[in-house]
Design a protein around this ligand. Structure first.
Ligand SMILES: Cn1cc(CCO)c2c3c(c(-c4ccccc4Cl)cc21)C(=O)NC3=O
Length: 290
């Protein structure tokens, strides 16, 4: 029978979700369990190349980072017909990069409540990754995927009370850290620079003594970008000004949130808060967490 590949046998391909240097990602339905997954299909990397190391890092990281509400879940990986496949949890709400683009086109921006909710959830995800002595090293809007919980998006009067007890305390919208291709060990790192717009200066200078704080820096700039709606610089004077700690104030948001973001992008990584400290910050006290 033609195409006796695991991919075609086990999955029905619904549509392409994205393309990139890495390969292509497809939305697929598993023929047996009926669930929807995101499957990345990439060319088998050349043995011994940085691509192979990244591909293996990604699978090792997913295998270690089991189940967490704010990290995209991994199910399986396999190789066949000169391609590598990784089967991940499908998040139905797109990425934060798409949300950012929509806001730019509509001229709208996230509310303080939305920003603090995103920051709180992603800081929880980083707390978990760092607790496994791993670092992500490519936190950015394009690597944060959104999952809208349809059951919980209804308004309260529409029979919400009918659902299970614990569901009532779930967040209707979940933000999940994805794309673990740059993940490496906190203490025995093989660092592959992430997107330069979100890259901490010390990483560029190959100072890997505080890698978890590079993730905090990237998260701070990610939230700043969502709040400002403006493109972040890739290089030049503006890029260096931010790395000197000169972060513009976001007028639509509270002093507390602006102060927290400024501390997250402090020039000295030791001055930046840990992921745990971010989740406990006063700026996230009311709206940020349940
Ligand atoms: C481009 N693109 C769009 C989506 C759907 C967002 O609503 C997406 C996903 C993933 C990934 C992904 C990223 C990096 C590695 C592997 C995968 Cl499957 C890429 C995705 C992933 O792991 N889970 C996704 O939902």
């Amino acid at each position: 029978e033609i195409n006796t590949s695991r991919y075609n046998e086990e999955f029905h391909e619904v549509c392409k979700l994205g393309d990139g240097a890495f390969g292509s990602v497809y939305k697929c339905v598993h023929r047996l369990d009926g669930c929807t997954y995101a499957i990345k299909k990439s060319k088998t990397p050349v043995a011994g190349s940085v691509y192979e190391r990244n591909a293996l890092n990604e699978v090792y990281a997913h295998a270690v980072l089991g189940k967490h509400p704010h990290v995209v879940r991994y199910y399986s990986a396999w190789a066949e017909e000169d391609h590598m496949y990784i089967q991940n949890e499908y998040c139905n709400g797109g990425s934060l990069a798409e949300s950012l683009e929509e806001n730019r086109q509509r001229g709208s921006h996230f509310s303080e409540a939305e920003l603090t909710q995103i920051l709180y959830q992603l800081a929880q995800g980083l707390r978990y990754i760092h607790s496994q002595n791993l670092v992500h090293l490519d936190i950015k809007p394009g690597n944060v995927f959104i999952h809208r919980n349809p059951k919980l998006l209804q308004s309260p009067e529409s029979g919400l009370e009918s659902c299970e007890e614990e569901e009532e305390f779930e967040e209707p919208i979940l933000y999940k850290i994805g794309d673990l291709g740059h993940v490496t060990s906190m203490f025995n790192p093989s660092v592959e620079d992430g997107d330069c717009r979100y890259l901490a200066n010390e990483i560029l200078r190959e100072d890997y003594d505080h890698l978890s704080k590079a993730d905090i820096f990237s998260l701070g700039l990610t939230i700043f970008e969502l709040g400002s709606g403006k493109e972040l610089p890739k290089n030049g004077d503006e890029w260096h000004a931010i790395r000197r700690g000169e972060l513009p104030i976001l007028p639509h948001y509270s002093y507390a949130l602006n102060h927290l973001l400024k501390s997250m992008v402090a020039p000295d990584p030791r001055d930046r808060p840990t992921a745990l400290a971010v989740t406990q910050h006063s700026a996230l006290c009311s709206t940020g967490k349940k």
